[in-house]
Design a protein. Structure first.
Length: 293
């Protein structure tokens, strides 16, 4: 099979002109200091482009396209060093490294407020101070969120993560799906940490199913963390049928075992949940399954 020669009338060659439409104002000045969750910040849009902001306040989230001006442009292979320097090298098109042939970033941020003078107050901003803004687009959940998307098994990567960074990762997944950082999402994060320790590796892998119980916040957050859904046959909702199956139980089913998490009857703030002793939050029963698979 031969490939047709590109049509010179439709092919762009040479230098592409990108005109910054604004700049990022952030408390972070070095990419090494950026937390996984990002930080609150401000997007300044230059006066010539203020008219392009009309109606933007009707969106809760925005897509920022920016130019990572401190990223190297000659890097084709790298490691995810913020996760672990022991991870294998990958091509930068398979990574989210700021160093790449064209260092364009794509960030989804939460719009907090539109201010006079072309300023957008945002949260979840993962760009350093002074980053040029190329474009802004509204984030549209029905089009931009692909919850059924899959990626490689991250088990090896997770095992090399430090505890703090893995917690940040779980928080991001839980909040992105549920939409709020609350006590339910905090509890899901603590449960996710423990189940990862017991079952090992990536909770999104196909061999693990979830029965999230009936607490709506907790169920949302656990679905976000595990990627379980009816369509991939990894999500089940089983209502209590007897005293042995309580309403405040969550189950994780793997090929060889079932982990049942029983919540303690406590009402704690999300900050207290993250720092409390595990035995004060829940207990876990692990039962081996016969004839796994």
């Amino acid at each position: 099979m031969t490939r047709e020669a590109p049509d010179p009338e439709k092919t762009v060659t040479g230098v592409l002109e990108l005109i910054p439409v604004g700049a990022i104002h952030s408390s972070i000045r070095k990419k090494e200091d950026m937390p996984l969750q990002g930080v609150p910040g401000t997007v300044e849009i230059y006066p010539d482009y203020w008219k392009a902001l009309d109606g933007i306040e009707s969106n809760s989230h925005l897509i920022l396209l920016c130019w990572m001006h401190r990223g190297g442009r000659d890097l084709l292979v790298a490691r995810a060093r913020k996760i672990s320097p022991d991870l294998p090298e990958k091509g930068v098109f398979a990574l989210r490294s700021p160093s790449r042939p064209n260092p364009i970033s794509l960030s989804v941020v939460r719009l907090v407020k539109k201010r006079e003078g072309g300023f957008l107050e945002v949260d979840l901003l993962d760009l350093i101070d002074g980053t040029p803004v190329i474009d802004i687009k509204p984030y549209q959940p029905g089009w931009d969120a692909v919850f059924s998307a899959t990626t490689h098994d991250r088990s090896g990567k997770i095992l090399k993560m430090g505890a703090a960074r893995y917690r940040e990762s779980l928080i991001r997944e839980a909040v992105n799906y549920h939409g709020e950082w609350c006590s339910g999402t905090a509890m899901a994060v603590r449960i996710g940490e423990k189940i990862t320790e017991i079952l090992g590796g990536d909770l999104r892998r196909t061999g693990i199913s979830l029965d999230p119980g009936i607490n709506p916040c907790l169920a949302d957050a656990l679905i976000g963390i595990t990627g379980a859904r009816p369509g991939n046959r990894r999500l089940t909702f089983r209502r209590p049928r007897s005293a042995s199956r309580k309403a405040d139980e969550i189950r994780f089913i793997s090929p060889g075992s079932t982990c049942t998490v029983s919540l303690k009857p406590l009402k704690l703030s999300k900050e207290m949940i993250l720092t409390a002793d595990e035995e004060d939050l829940f207990s876990i029963r692990l039962k081996s399954r016969q004839n796994p698979g």
